[in-house]
Design a protein around this ligand. Structure first.
Ligand code: C5P
Length: 222
């Protein structure tokens, strides 16, 4: 069997993480959530008291930040050095800060290098915003996963509520729309489908069906 590089890009709340994880498990691949890396940089630079627009400060901090993934019981955990920061990076505040720092050139080049290294062994599903366009333009299969913004906001709202965060639906939706606008209008590596991406709309179908659709495309290439 050919070992592929598969990319899944799309806006916030489309279900990329669940879909990537499920697809990867089904075909025996690893999966990498690249948004977690941007969140990791956002979190660690916040801990160091660096402003989100201090490009020079963030650039030098990047060199000292040691982010790595560890698979624990099927779950991908993000570590900064020895500290598991997986839960701390999932707050609304870190989401917005991740979107801000992700527009900075030094952050993008730092993480692009890291992601390409993680892709060297192949047999991996990468999810993010620019996986098929910038990081792996030669990927074997590229998906663009989208859904209506109301449905995406609803999903994000349920997730945050389930974690016990005090959240308001309208606020969650505003944040999500703002973040997508930031991500798709930035100069470097904006969120957009690759020219050769397979579009999948998850508005009216569940995770199983999305994964089924993707698995068929993948099977035809392996
Ligand atoms: O996917 P997630 O919502 O965790 O990503 C957080 C933020 O990281 C996004 O809003 C985006 O600004 C940034 N990101 C990016 N490129 C990627 C993945 C995430 O710019 N490949």
């Amino acid at each position: 069997k050919k070992e592929l590089v598969i990319t899944i890009d799309g806006p916030s709340g489309a279900g990329k993480t669940t879909v990537s994880k499920t697809l990867a498990a089904r075909i025996g691949y690893r999966y990498i959530d690249t948004g977690a890396l941007y969140r990791g940089i956002a979190f660690e630079t916040q801990q160091r008291g660096i402003a989100a627009d201090d490009e020079a400060g963030i650039e030098s901090a990047c060199q000292a930040i040691d982010l790595r993934f560890r698979l624990e019981g099927g779950d991908l955990r993000l570590f900064s050095g020895d500290r598991d920061i997986s839960d701390m990076i999932r707050t609304p505040e870190i989401s917005m800060r991740a979107s801000a720092v992700s527009a900075l050139a030094p952050v993008r080049s730092f993480l692009t290098v890291l992601q390409r290294r993680l892709g060297e062994e192949r047999a991996v599903v990468f999810e993010g915003r620019d996986m098929g366009t910038v990081v792996f333009p030669e990927a074997d299969v590229k998906f663009f996963l989208d859904a209506d913004s109301d449905i995406r906001a609803q999903r994000r709202y349920e997730e945050l509520k389930a974690k016990g965060e005090a959240v308001d639906f309208e606020q969650v939706k505003r944040d999500l729309v703002t973040r997508d606008l930031n991500d798709s209008s930035r100069k470097i590596a904006p969120l957009k489908p690759a020219d050769d991406a397979v579009h999948v709309d998850a508005s009216r179908i569940g995770v199983e069906e999305v994964v089924e659709t993707m698995a068929k495309v993948v099977a035809s290439l392996r």
